[in-house]
Design a protein around this ligand. Structure first.
Ligand SMILES: NC(=O)c1ccc[n+]([C@@H]2O[C@H](COP(=O)([O-])OP(=O)(O)OC[C@H]3O[C@@H](n4cnc5c(N)ncnc54)[C@H](O)[C@@H]3O)[C@@H](O)[C@H]2O)c1
Length: 266
C-alpha cells in the first residue's frame, strides 16, 4: 500500500520544477493527482507519462489568478477522481527590481499569482476537503517568507503573506480535520532557479555555497516534504512553516574564519 493510497490531490504549478516532482511523488505513493498549470504541453506530457506507468494523473489548464479556474480544478478532481484530500498551492510568477522602480502591474501580477492564487486555492479546496471529513493543504512559501531578498519585494511580500494565510487556515479549520502547512525551500534546481541565475550576479556555485549542505536542493527533496505533510503521518502538524533549505537559514557565515580548526569549510 502506498502512503497516499485512496487520496486525491491537486498541485498548482504542477507542470514544472517542484510541482512536477511533487505530482510524481504523490502519484508514486498511490494518489490520483490533478496537475493544475498554465503550461498545457508539459502538464499533459507528465500526466501521460504517469498514466502510462499505471499511475493516476490528469492535467487541467488552470490560471491561479482566477478563482473560477481553481473552483473548476476542484470540481474536476471531484468528478474525475471522486473527491479532494490534498491541495498543494505551489504556482509562482514574480517580477522584481528596486521598490521604487517596480511597475504597479508587475507588483499586482506577482501578488495575484503567489498570494491571491494561494487564497483562491484554499477557498476553492476547503469545501471539498470538508466533504471528505478533512484533508491537507500545503502552500509553497520560501525562505524569503522569513527575510527579504534584494530586488525581490513582490516575491518576499507574497511569500511572507503565504505563511500567515496558512496559519489562518490552520487555526480556523483544525477542529474540522483540515491541516494547513507552508513549506519554505532554499534554492531548488528548477527552471525558476535558472531564471534567477540568468538575471542575477551570483553564479549557481555562489548560490550553492550559501547552503550548509554546499549544494542546491533537488525538486524531489522538496516533494518528499510535501508528501509527508500531505500524508496522515503528519496528523499533528498544522500551521507550521517548515524549511527544506539545506541549512540556508541555520546561520550566517558573516565572519568567515575559514582556517579555524586548521582547515577550510569550502
Ligand atoms: N526554485 C527555487 O529555488 C524555489 C525556492 C523557494 C520557493 N520556491 C517556490 O516553489 C514553487 C515552485 O517553483 P519552481 O521552482 O518549481 O518553479 P517553476 O517555474 O519550475 O514552476 C512554476 C510553475 O508555476 C506555473 N504557473 C505560473 N503562473 C501560473 C498561474 N498563474 N497559474 C497556474 N500555474 C502557474 C508555471 O507554469 C510553472 O509550471 C513556487 O511557489 C516558488 O516560489 C522555489
Amino acid at each position: 500500500m502506498g502512503r497516499m493510497e485512496g487520496k486525491v490531490a491537486i498541485v498548482t504549478g504542477g507542470a514544472s520544477g517542484i510541482g512536477a516532482a511533487t505530482v510524481r511523488r504523490l502519484a508514486e505513493e498511490g494518489a490520483a493527482v490533478v496537475i493544475a498549470d498554465l503550461q498545457d504541453d508539459k502538464g499533459e506530457a507528465l500526466a501521460a507519462e504517469l498514466s502510462g506507468a499505471g499511475l493516476r494523473a490528469a492535467h487541467r489548464h488552470c490560471d491561479v489568478t482566477a478563482l473560477p479556474e481553481l473552483e473548476a480544478a476542484v470540481a474536476f478532481a471531484v468528478s474525475e477522481f471522486g473527491g479532494l484530500d490534498v491541495m498543494h498551492n505551489n504556482a509562482a510568477w514574480s517580477g522584481g527590481g528596486y521598490v521604487a522602480d517596480i511597475d504597479v502591474e508587475v507588483w499586482r501580477r506577482s501578488l495575484a499569482v503567489m498570494l491571491d492564487g494561494v487564497f483562491y486555492g484554499c477557498k476553492a479546496a476547503i469545501p471539498a476537503l470538508l466533504e471528505r471529513g478533512g484533508g491537507a493543504i500545503v502552500n509553497t512559501s520560501s525562505v524569503e517568507g522569513f527575510f527579504a531578498e534584494m530586488l525581490s519585494a513582490p516575491y518576499s511580500a507574497a511569500k511572507a503573506g503565504v505563511l500567515n494565510l496558512t496559519r489562518s487556515v490552520a487555526i480556523e479549520y483544525g477542529r474540522k480535520g483540515i491541516r494547513a502547512n507552508a513549506i519554505c525551500p532554499g534554492a531548488v534546481d528548477t527552471p525558476l532557479l535558472d531564471l534567477v541565475v540568468a538575471a542575477g550576479e551570483n553564479s549557481r556555485e555562489d548560490i550553492a555555497e550559501q547552503h550548509a549542505i554546499g549544494r542546491v536542493i533537488e525538486p524531489r527533496e522538496v516533494a518528499n516534504l510535501v508528501l509527508f505533510l500531505a500524508s496522515d503521518e503528519a496528523s499533528a502538524i498544522t500551521g507550521a512553516s517548515v524549511v527544506v533549505d539545506g541549512g540556508l537559514t541555520a546561520g550566517t557565515r558573516l565572519t568567515g574564519f575559514p582556517t579555524f580548526g586548521g582547515g577550510t569549510y569550502r
